[in-house]
Design a binder for this molecule. Structure first.
Ligand SMILES: Nc1ncnc2c1ncn2[C@@H]1O[C@H](COP(=O)(O)OP(=O)(O)OP(=O)(O)O)[C@@H](O)[C@H]1O
Ligand SMILES: [Mg+2]
Length: 508
């Protein structure tokens, strides 16, 4: 049974847990403890289930295994090196003693062994006859049969002067000398084993410390990540409950969570803007279309009541059709703005020369300009490649020229006796294509330049001209759709409207 089961019995376990505690006579945990522990256990469970924690565990396991392998290899090599050293020492001693035997016979060898035995930290020596009778040395007892096999062997032994009954281990070399004598030289292995033990125990500790530190590190890192994720979840919940203005928290570290939060925030920003736009459109429709519709209705009613002959009815119907056309135009403009703002038109984008479009619009408005006595000049000689919706860009330019003809044909220029002039121009400037329409009219005061881009906004002085206040809104929406903008500037006197678009082929 896990701790979780004890403090948080789930369905079915509710009645079993207390029964179990009673039947075993065990003390059930105090209820205040359960209340305190339950949220903590739940939080821990959540933490252990995170990807970060699982990744930390995986890395930790791999690292610990690698460290264990490395330390094992190190310990094994140390042991091998010490054994090699012992072998070399023993070989050298055997050679020395054999030389003594060759030069001075068994007596000299015995003498030499006796001399060496007396040194502190002496090796193990044993010289016996062929029958196994001890002649010299410091070995008291050996494992049986060791002396019968020449060569290196590991064996247990006890020194001659040792009272301690504990047997030690040694690496010994047995040689058969001429005359049947047997010579054993060896060294104790205790030091080697101690060194090995030290390395192994150091290794164990290191791995334990690595595991504990890794676990703690993983715990803290995961907790930090989890805190941030929790904050994000909380914010998204309150956004879902209607707080569309709220934004996900950004720590400022620029990590992947920050990038995600920034992207989601940008998305929320966009959604909010669209919602606001939608609300504005419906508000505008409610307010601004109501007036012309009411006018239309009143005029029809008046005609029904007051008209006396067919010609009066006909005149009333003609006005009705005119007004209906204006209404349809307004609806179309609104729909086009909505299309541009929602980004739907992105699908129809092609690459084309905006200079051609400018020339086309110029040609289209030429007769109207002539009629109004305005000089319409087109300065669009060089190519202006852009990528976008040709129809929408053309409509935006037409709206600007329409405004220039409506509001720019009167003003200072005419008063000076010169013919008013409208200039359509393209320019290629720093990776952007600028399409401008300049007039010599009254212009728009700086304070109103932002406002006139909103839907249905018309300035007081232009009320005499027909219009619904949607032309500039559409031009601005089209510019935004193409990643550009519409700016209104002073033409000293007059107005210059500039649509700046990214040049096609320029680095994004
Ligand atoms: N070239 C201009 N010179 C002076 N004022 C202008 C000029 N262009 C626009 N305006 C002002 O900005 C207002 C908004 O222009 P916009 O084109 O959006 O609407 P509109 O021309 O009134 O109507 P619509 O274009 O929908 O027929 C105009 O009513 C006018 O007051
Ligand atoms: Mg207009």
């Amino acid at each position: 049974m896990t701790a979780n089961d004890l403090v948080m019995p789930r369905e079915g376990g509710v009645s079993q847990a207390p029964q179990l505690a009673q039947s075993q006579g065990a003390k059930s945990p105090p209820s205040w403890l359960g209340q305190k522990m339950a949220p903590r256990m739940a939080a821990l469970g959540k933490l252990f289930r995170t990807t970060t924690f699982k990744l930390t565990l995986a890395y930790l396991t791999v690292f610990a295994l690698f460290a264990a392998f490395l330390l094992g290899y190190f310990a094994w090599n140390t042991r091998r090196l010490v054994t090699e050293q012992i072998t070399e020492t023993v070989n050298a001693e055997v050679e020395g003693l054999a030389e003594q035997y060759r030069q001075g016979g068994i007596r000299r060898l015995m003498f030499s062994i006796q001399g060496r035995v007396g040194h502190p930290g002496a090796s193990l020596y044993l010289l016996t006859t062929a029958a196994g009778e001890g002649l010299a040395g410091n070995v008291g007892s050996l494992a049986t049969g060791v002396l019968d096999n020449p060569g290196f062997v590991e064996t247990v032994y006890r020194r001659i002067d040792e009272q301690d009954p504990v047997e030690h281990r040694a690496l010994v070399r047995v040689d058969q000398l001429q005359g049947g004598f047997r010579l054993l030289v060896g060294r104790d292995l205790e030091e080697r084993e101690r060194l090995f033990d030290v390395v192994i125990s150091a290794g164990r500790w290191s791995i334990a410390i690595v595991v504990v530190l890794g676990f703690a590190g993983g715990f803290f890192v995961t907790r930090r990540v989890l805190t941030r994720i929790d904050a994000m979840s909380l914010t998204s919940q309150s956004i879902m409950q209607g707080g569309l203005h709220e934004r996900l928290p950004v720590a400022g570290s620029g990590d992947e969570l920050d990038r995600l939060a920034l992207n989601l925030n940008a998305m929320l920003e966009r959604i909010e803007a669209l919602m606001r736009g939608l609300k504005e459109v419906s508000d505008n429709i409610a307010h601004d279309l109501k007036t012309p519709l009411t006018r239309l209705r009143n005029r029809s009613e008046e005609a029904l009541r007051g008209a006396e002959d067919v010609s009066q009815y006909r005149a009333a119907l003609e006005t009705t059709i005119e007004e209906s056309d204006a209404l349809i135009r307004t609806f179309n403009a609104l729909l086009m703005i909505a299309r541009a703002e929602s980004g739907q038109a992105v699908g129809d984008m092609i690459e084309f020369d905006a200079a051609e479009v400018v020339r086309g619009v110029g040609d289209l408005y030429e007769p109207l300009a002539d009629e109004k006595g305005v000089a319409l000049r087109v300065d669009a000689g060089t190519a202006a490649p852009v990528r976008g919706n040709r129809e929408l860009i053309s409509q935006a330019l037409a709206n600007l020229v329409d405004n220039a003809l409506k509001y720019g044909a009167a003003g200072d220029a005419r008063q000076n006796g010169e013919p008013p002039e409208i200039v359509l121009r393209t320019a290629d400037q720093g990776g952007r294509i600028l399409l401008s329409v300049a007039d010599r009219g009254t212009g728009i005061p700086v304070a109103d330049r932002k406002r006139v881009l909103e839907r249905f906004v018309r300035l007081e002085q232009s009320r005499s001209e027909p219009g619904s206040g949607l032309g500039l809104s559409l031009a601005a929406a089209v510019a935004r759709l193409h990643g550009g903008e519409l700016t209104l500037e002073d033409n000293h006197p007059g107005l210059v409207c500039v649509i700046s678009l990214p040049r096609a082929g320029a680095a994004a």
